[in-house]
Every structure is written in structure tokens, then in C-alpha cells.
Design a protein around this ligand. Sequence first.
Ligand SMILES: [Zn+2]
Length: 193
Amino acid sequence: MEERFVPDCPYCGIAETQEHRFMECEWSRRIWRRSLWLNMCGYGNGEEMSGWLNKLLTEEDTDMIAGICSLLWFLWDERNKHQFNGKKLEEGEVAIRAQNWILEYKREQELQNTPRNAGEGRQHHWIPPSVGTLKVNTDAGCLGDAGTGLGMIVRDWMGEFRFAAATREAERWTPEVAEGRAVVFAIKKMKEL
Ligand SMILES: [Zn+2]
């Protein structure tokens, strides 16, 4: 797999720590400001990202958690498109796409919870990413007493399998928090590659 991580931020040239990438870079902050979540996210400047995420995931507002995880994911995806394909979206557009993704996700959850759709709800139509890029899909499964399973799969634009990872956590999260955890797990894995 190609190098996914560079030492300097592709937007401003400062060392690209997790905190810089997701929270402190001026480009990232412009996206946060255009989202619904900046005032609710509870991140303080200079705070460590992992501590903040753990705190966030204990909040009761699962819509907020899902929205913020979606925003983090779209930030990361957009940064990679910019870094590797030279493509650039307007910051407001990134925030809107993250929000739309959550709305679609919720609509799909509602469909899955409708009895007449039981059994068909999980049939997703996978849409390939643009040429030269990779797409990551995540999933979470609530395993009862065994905790929660988190998984991710990476495919390229031709739908070819490139990488997958899974883990099991002892905690029993609600489906929304579990899906958020799966996204965070995938972001961490992608940074390791
Ligand atoms: Zn930056």
C-alpha cells in the first residue's frame, strides 16, 4: 500500500499530528465552523485527541457523536484526496457532505428497523471511489456479553480488496456509539498503514 501519511500538513505545512489534522489546522477549523458541532464538541486547544475522543464517546447525545465521527472521517478523506489527487472541495461542502452522510445513515437505520424490510436492509449498494483512491467501509456488531465487534475494509476504485482489520472491545455500546467507534478504529488503522 502506498504511503498514506506525510510529516507536514498538506494545507499549511505544519507537522501533521492527529491534533493538528483533525482539530487545530486552520483548514480543519474552517470545516468545524461550518458544521453543527464546533460549539458542542468540547475540544479545548492543546488537548490530546485520544483523551477528547474517549470523553466524547461517553456523551449521551448519540446524534452528536455520530455527527462528529462523520465529520472527522470526511476531514480525513478530503485531506487524502487533496494530498494524493490534488482535488479540493470548498470547506462548507465537506461539512455538508458529512452531515448528509449521517442523515442517509439514519434513514437506512430506520429502514432496517422496519419489520417488512427485515433481511433486505443490509444489502448495500457499494459505490466505488474516484480513480486512484481507496474507499474505507466500517461496520460494528453488538455481540451481547462478548462486547462489540468493530471492523473496517479498504477497497480501491475497481472494488479490489486492499486491507481489512477487525477488533473486539469488551464494552457493550449502543449501535450508534459502536458505529462511531468503528469509524475511529478505521481512522487509527489508516494512520498506521
Ligand atoms: Zn494544517
